[in-house]
Design a protein around this ligand. Sequence first.
Ligand code: CUA
Length: 307
Amino acid sequence: MGYVLHSSSIEAEAINRLHVYFYEAAGFILVTVIAATIFIAIKFKRIDGQEYTPVTLSSRVEYFLVGIPLALVMMFFFLMLNTMHQVQPSADGKIPDVIITGHQFWWEAQYPGQHITAANEIHLPVGRKLLLKLLSADVIHDWWIPEFGSKMDMISGRDNYLWVTIKAPGVYHGACSEFCGTQHAGMNIIVVAQQQNDFNSWLQQHRQPSNPITDSLVQAGAVLFRNKTCGNCHAVKGATADVNTGPDLTHLASRQTLLTGLLQNNRENLSRWIHDPQAIKPGANMPGFLLDKPSIEALTAYLSSLK
Ligand code: CUA
């Protein structure tokens, strides 16, 4: 089975089941039509010298020919309504479990009632029917994790919703599926699905501010972070204002990857990124600050301390 047909959510399973029914019905029709064509070609073969006599069908065969397609169409109509109801019930009046906002070119995740804002690596619990509220901060993006089933557009000024019940813990990958600018192709989605207990610990950790500063290099980086106006776009809980022009960095060091999965999260990649963002992700809104080597080192140390 291909990637899309591998379902990791209850919703994707329902969609794929319908998909398989369609293929089975279409396969049945294909085989029937081919068999009938061969049968007719042989049975009603024109014989030289014989007069051609048109074939008439009995009315019973005609009922059959109209009845079967009609029954199939009706069956699929109801199966589809049933699947739609199962996959995408109304979200009216429901509180979303997570609010995901598409930005050029990254993802913001807010957890209502938890006072948590995360970015790019989106943590979700398994085994529960979760309601995702999908928004856009700028242009149209599209949320799609093939293994979870449905896609959903993220449109500025509009609230879209998607339900998902993840079956097993793991890391799931997706991508923005609506062209949204230069870095559209770099806008990967990473969902970290966890057992409820592990998810609760993650929430617990992310409710806290970052680790206290103990090191002098880290301290120098924190000062630079303020002086170089990094905090105008990036929030660090307790240290800057709540801004969301760029990804929240409060727990940056606890993420596995940087830049929506473009790079592994380590010191070397962090300093490369700070040194020349446009060389790594052209078109991203992060400007190069033309910093000297010691400053980059201090900022990298600070960012690496944000656990
Ligand atoms: Cu965001 Cu394409």
